[in-house]
Design a protein around this ligand. Structure first.
Ligand code: SDX
Length: 432
């Protein structure tokens, strides 16, 4: 913690830049460089924003050195064990745990917004059957702007609230329908008598020919997976949503931009990539070969599900995810799942390898999630769509906080220009 009058001094081109410093309630202090360019004519340079705080926030805190993750101050393992996803949504959106009455009201509002505008079914039919569910989610989430005009004015807090509820409520329906469409099966409509996660499982796995009752252990596991993925500070997709929102874009367009960014294999696409990697390794005896590839600077191969920009210790979500994997595989009678055996042995070997120890590479949230989702019957192509479903509340909470922050303005980074100096145009017949 720094004193209120703490300053950081920087000497630039014989100019002295005197910057105020600030402490948060916890975590690293910041140096306020907003006047740096005006006073020195210089930019800072921080590709990937490894040393940059893009905003102030009260929502999520991560201490990567000790593997701590707090949602509004509450540790993720306590929330995963004692809370549920809709209660966590309320906490992330409004800052406090709800009373029983507040939770019942919030749950009721979400439940009554789970259906999509019926014309959106036509929108799905414009895609090829083999379209990746994330391609469909990018399109359908963005298309909400064309159906819900009465909740697109970001300056109206009532419309912001309705859009937030609609997005949280409809993401499971949109994701489940993307899955059904890829399977060539009819859409299953939400049911108001089911919990959030159970409703999603039923919309994914029920067919008109027979009823489907989600197994309570699987429904609870799904709910915990949603909670573990709900928010994660200023990650790439959340930063994308904030940047899109800073221009005044409507909430559905902003969340669609987050879906697009999350799709990348270095980010939310890692759960799909990780399970594909574990299957590619195939057996425990092949692990050393892949560990060597991951360590080879000339080999682009990375251990998917390992490493993190912020966590330089075990991702606390991965620990909970490993416990959930055991529960799900026990219920499904696949405790000898070969992929899980490879994952556990890969984790054991990697965590004792000097390269991973020195670079502080640990399993992250994506390392075990794919094993659980695969055992539950989801194709790997649905993994990131499920991540996007769960992360929607985090994106919305961060988007709302950005809009309501008096210090916020349109995001517009600068650059270090290394291109050609000014030169005159040469007509094509005079060029060599
Ligand atoms: C998510 O930001 C978030 O919060 C994201 C997320 C969320 O909830 O929103 O937590 C979700 O995206 C989790 C991460 C999922 N991605 C993967 O599992 C893909 C595999 N991981 C890597 O691609 C990588 O670890 C990143 C992208 C996650 C982080 O990349 P960084 O910030 O560049 O990693 P780093 O700077 O800490 O790397 C340190 C070193 C580097 O080597 P050197 O340049 O120092 O020689 O470790 C190497 C990296 O090349 N390294 C790896 C590695 N991850 C980093 N080497 C082998 N295997 C890996 N997985």
């Amino acid at each position: 913690m720094v004193d209120n009058d703490a300053r950081a001094k920087l000497s630039v081109n014989n100019l002295s830049f005197d910057a105020p410093m600030r402490s948060g309630s916890t975590g690293p202090d910041i140096i306020d460089i907003r006047k740096l360019y005006a006073e020195t004519g210089c930019f800072t340079y921080d590709p990937g924003f490894t040393s940059t705080a893009s905003c102030q926030s009260k929502i999520t805190f991560i201490d990567g050195d000790i593997g701590k993750l707090l949602y509004r101050g509450y540790p993720i393992d306590q929330l995963a064990e004692q809370s549920n996803y809709l209660e966590v949504c309320y906490l992330l959106l409004y800052g406090e745990l709800p009373s029983a009455a507040q939770l019942a009201d919030f749950t009721g509002r979400v439940t009554r917004h789970t259906m999509l505008h019926e014309q959106m079914t036509n929108f799905y039919r414009g895609f090829r059957r083999d379209a990746h569910p994330m391609a469909i989610m990018c399109g359908v989430v963005g298309a909400m702007s064309a159906f819900y005009h009465d909740s697109t004015d970001i300056n109206d807090p009532i419309q912001r609230e309705i859009a937030s509820i609609r997005l949280i409520a409809k993401m499971p329906t949109m994701a489940a329908w993307a899955f059904k469409y890829s399977q060539g099966q009819p859409f299953i409509y939400p049911r108001n008598d089911l919990g959030y996660a159970a409703n999603f499982l039923r919309m994914c796995f029920a067919v008109p020919a027979e009823e489907y009752e989600p197994h309570p252990v699987l429904a609870h596991a799904m709910d915990v997976i949603f909670t573990l993925h709900a928010d994660h500070e200023q990650n790439a997709s959340t930063s994308t949503v904030r940047l899109a929102g800073s221009s005044g874009a409507n909430p559905f367009a902003c969340i669609a931009s987050g879906v697009a960014c999350l799709w990348g294999p270095a980010h939310g696409g890692a759960n799909e990539a990780c399970l594909n990697m574990l299957r590619q390794i195939g057996s425990v005896d092949k692990i050393p070969e892949y560990i060597a590839k991951a360590k080879d600077k000339d080999d682009p191969f990375r251990l998917m599900g390992f490493g993190h920009r912020v966590y330089k210790n075990y991702d606390p979500r991965a620990k909970v995810m490993q416990q959930v994997a055991g529960q799900v595989l026990d219920v499904l009678g696949v405790e000898n799942n070969p992929t899980l055996q490879v994952a556990k042995e890969l984790e054991r070997i990697a965590l004792s390898d000097e390269y991973f120890i020195e670079k502080k590479l640990y399993p992250n949230v994506d390392f075990y999630s794919g094993i659980i989702l695969d055992a539950m019957g989801f194709p790997t192509s649905m993994f990131t769509a499920i991540f996007a479903l769960a992360r929607t509340v985090g994106w919305i909470a961060q988007w709302k906080e950005m809009i309501e922050d008096p210090e916020q303005k349109i995001g517009r980074p600068r650059q270090l220009y290394i291109g050609a100096s000014e030169r005159s145009y040469i007509p094509v017949d005079e060029r060599s």
